[in-house]
Ligand binder design. Structure first.
Ligand code: DQA
Length: 145
């Protein structure tokens, strides 16, 4: 079975201590442990990458995005770059690998208007938002055959 890349953007390395009323108190390590278990139950495996840098996220999408023999897709929480990054949107559009956009919070319900816009949504296979850290699990399941 092909692998799934879980890719996090800026500030998601702070999960657990970052605005816990919005993003919860679970750390990304804890989330990944749950994802690894669920992936194994479905006969697949995950890889994880995180960067606070827009260009590095583009590099990772370019590197993995053509490797359709090895990867089934990318679960991407692009963080704030969701709302600003045409470069990440272009990278997703450039590669054949499906990308599922995920968000921990329900971005459509957030107070800041800018969070209601996603530049990456039109080039992703679909979007999952608002289910807390379970959004990652739902995104992963969406990529399974
Ligand atoms: C987020 C929502 C974004 O608006 C925010 O910038 C994040 C996290 C989420 O998972 O809810 O960093 O992507």
């Amino acid at each position: 079975m092909k692998k799934i890349l879980i890719l996090n953007g800026p500030n998601l390395n702070l999960l657990g201590k970052r605005e816990p009323t919005i993003y919860g108190s679970e750390t990304m390590e804890q989330v990944l442990a749950g994802l690894e278990k669920a992936a194994a139950e479905h006969g697949t495996a995950i890889e994880y990458a995180q960067s606070n840098h827009e260009g590095e996220l583009v590099d990772i999408i370019q590197r993995v995005g053509f490797d359709t023999d090895v990867y089934a897709g990318i679960v991407l929480n692009a963080g704030a770059y969701t709302h600003t990054s045409l470069a990440i949107a272009d990278a997703i559009a450039a590669v054949p690998l499906p990308v599922v956009e995920v968000h921990i919070s329900n971005v459509a319900a957030r107070a800041e208007q800018i969070r209601h816009t996603s530049l990456i949504a039109p080039v992703c296979k679909g979007t999952i938002a608002g289910f807390g850290t379970r959004s990652y699990l739902l995104g992963m399941l969406a990529l399974l055959p």
